[in-house]
Design a protein around this ligand. Structure first.
Ligand code: PXG
Length: 441
């Protein structure tokens, strides 16, 4: 029997699956078996085009032998090294390589193992930075509605997706900016929407309410990902930057999705021309194949920690697997591929084709809005009356059976293919989605 054949003896009960309707899934499991390039093969043999880069992470496509070889070599040479008070060359090499592609000035890198850890690390750096400079009164954080910043307590506190928050206590002293989707004004915008820059002025209002000198940091995704692919209104991020500067507030960009080429530059910050003080990343740093995150920090912020006695630990924070040798090897091999194949800017070359193909679905049944930026895209569907999410889920299943993997978040379909995607494959992906929409009720 081939290794990947469907198995009737597989016990599905023990694994409590994340962000999953466990009982529904286990009654009709959909199992991946293998992957190569743009394609997944399911356990039942179905070939499926990866329209989502796994979960926004496999930017160089699947089955890259170069990364696999680097990981194997690393495992045989140095499988693990403790990162506290000790080190290994790979972490230093990767940090230096990342610093070279980072937005101007963000050339200090703290390693984590996920986007959630990156976000919580960034928030702790912000608090500790202000403390180190005698501004310990800056204890407030500002997030934004519809933001997703992972599932740590810091991340859900600044996050703006109610289902991720309602069951759990959150940090005190957190406020939120309004979300930026204005469908009445901006529906079917191609790229960045025209209207909404003034929503950034809410930050000015919050500084007046709380006192700007009590706010440590503002955290936003430069282009919202999980919350529905929302490119920033033109001028919005510039205003946010200016208000942060005026009040001494740190601006954190969460680039866990937008980093590593997703929007046509190494980072969205560079594409959009607005530089944050701290930037969180994960996912694409290793092409998604070994868990890793990287927090980029402005040199001045890093240096503010380096003022005490040299033998003192400057920042009481870190993970057993910070800078894990295997993740670093994967990261270095991934960067080699990104650079050699021009993948960090390829989304820009494909953006017109991408925009035309996705916006061609305007007018298809149920479609109420379409958005795009770089190689990110979303289609909003009208929910079925009384059954929110059902139509999105039915579309996901329909697409899967026709050979396309798309993401459904409620009734919003999201698309983010590996950056190796061809123009023909983009056309095929949205052609499939159009056919499914024509049949989904
Ligand atoms: N920040 C952002 C902007 C993210 O998109 C995280 C932080 C957390 O990363 P980890 O590695 O801890 O999962 C993310 C993660 C979806 C989806 O359906 C997106 C993510 C995770 C799960 C689902 O769009 N992004």
């Amino acid at each position: 029997m081939p290794l990947d054949a469907p198995r009737n003896d597989l016990d599905l009960s023990a694994w409590w699956m994340p962000f999953t309707a466990n009982r529904q899934f286990k009654s009709a499991p959909r199992l991946f078996a293998s992957a190569s390039g743009m394609m997944y093969r399911m356990a039942d043999g179905q070939q499926v085009m990866d329209g989502t880069a796994g979960l926004w992470c496999v930017n160089a496509g699947h089955g890259r032998a170069e990364i696999a070889d680097a990981v194997h070599r690393q495992l045989m040479e140095l499988d693990y090294a403790p990162p506290f008070q000790l080190g290994h060359s790979g972490a230093f090499e990767l940090a230096a390589r990342l610093a070279r592609i980072a937005p101007a000035g963000l050339d200090r890198v703290f390693f984590t193992n996920s986007g959630s850890e990156s976000v919580d690390t960034a928030l702790k750096i912000a608090f500790a930075y202000h403390r180190a400079r005698g501004e310990g009164q800056r204890t407030r954080l500002i997030g934004r509605e519809r933001g997703y910043h992972g599932v740590g307590f810091g991340g859900i506190s600044v996050g703006g997706l109610v289902n991720n928050r309602r069951m759990f206590p959150t940090l005190s002293g957190v406020d939120h900016l309004a979300q930026t989707h204005l469908p009445k004004l901006n529906s079917f915008s191609v790229g960045m929407p025209e209207h909404g820059a003034e929503l950034a002025d809410e930050l000015e209002r919050l500084t007046a309410l709380h006192g700007g000198e009590t706010i440590a940091a503002v955290v936003v995704e430069p282009v919202v990902g999980s919350g529905g692919v929302l490119p920033p209104p033109k001028g919005y991020l510039e205003r946010l930057r200016a208000i942060c500067d005026k009040h001494g507030i740190l601006l954190i960009f969460d680039e866990v999705i937008t980093g590593y080429g997703r929007v046509g530059a190494a980072f969205a910050s560079q594409r959009l021309g607005v530089v944050p003080d701290i930037m969180t990343t994960a996912k694409g740093v290793t092409n998604g194949v070994v868990p890793m995150g990287a927090v980029f920090v402005k040199r001045e912020i890093h240096d503010a920690f380096m003022q005490g006695p040299p033998e003192a630990i400057e920042f009481f924070h870190g993970y057993t697997y910070s800078g894990h040798p295997v993740a670093c090897a994967a990261g270095l091999a991934t960067l080699d591929i990104y650079e050699r194949e021009g993948l960090l800017t390829r989304a820009l070359d494909l953006e017109d084709v991408w925009a035309k193909s996705i916006h061609a679905l305007r007018g298809s049944p149920h479609v109420t809005d379409i958005r795009n930026f770089g190689l990110m895209g979303a289609i909003d569907l009208a929910p079925r009356p009384g059954a929110p999410g059902a139509r999105g889920y039915a579309t996901l299943l329909g697409a899967l059976s026709r050979g396309a993997l798309v993401r459904a978040s409620g009734d919003t379909l999201a698309f983010s293919p590996p950056l190796i995607v061809s123009a023909d494959q983009i056309a095929e992906l949205f052609d499939t989605v159009g056919k499914v929409l024509a049949t989904v009720d």
